[in-house]
Design a protein around this ligand. Sequence first.
Ligand SMILES: Cc1cc2nc3c(=O)[nH]c(=O)nc-3n(C[C@H](O)[C@H](O)[C@H](O)COP(=O)(O)O)c2cc1C
Length: 202
Amino acid sequence: MKQILMIDVSPRGAASGSRVAADRLAARLAAIHPAARLVRRDLAATPLPHLDAATLDVIAARDPANPAPPTDLARLSDELTDELLASDCLVIATPMWNFGIPSMLKAWIDLVVRPGRTFQYGDAGVLGLAQGKRAILLPASGGVFSEGPWRPFDFVEPYLRHVLGFIGISDVETIRIEGMNIPGLAEQAIPNALSAIDNLAG
Ligand SMILES: Cc1cc2nc3c(=O)[nH]c(=O)nc-3n(C[C@H](O)[C@H](O)[C@H](O)COP(=O)(O)O)c2cc1C
């Protein structure tokens, strides 16, 4: 394994369950793959802009013979996409906000899910171009979504699995930090996740 890309999303610093889990996972992956380079993108510290019309013209590359003038955001999108494609393992550590992913993470997804770079349409339908990678999801939530009555309302894990599958990443594991806001469960939410990380297979 040459490169691990870790996406951090929570703005809550040391209070963040997903960040505590991400730090532990970074250490665990470094122990398993000592030669791998770890790249961390902190989307709370350095938020990404939303797509604009000029950047969409560049990214869509409608007429390759007549490319649209590059924008700073298109260059950033190239950089983020190259970084993802150069990574063998992707870690996404994210809070659940209002049952879905925070917009900071959505901005990253919108910049890396790109026709011709990470997916393409062909005769057989969609082909993911980011194949051969492992992904590990670390979603943190106030409630419990792995089982019970709230399970249908988790739009974090199913969405991330779907969009990663769309670009060809189907080897996806999830370690939840859940019940963060439920008395009686909150105390074990982080320890349970850390123990799952410590037992993660290489
Ligand atoms: C704006 C906001 C929205 C939230 N929405 C939900 C939610 O829909 N469901 C839930 O279970 N918890 C929700 N929470 C609680 C967070 O998921 C919980 O605090 C989690 O620990 C956040 O991840 P973090 O600890 O890595 O910051 C919300 C928290 C915030 C600040």
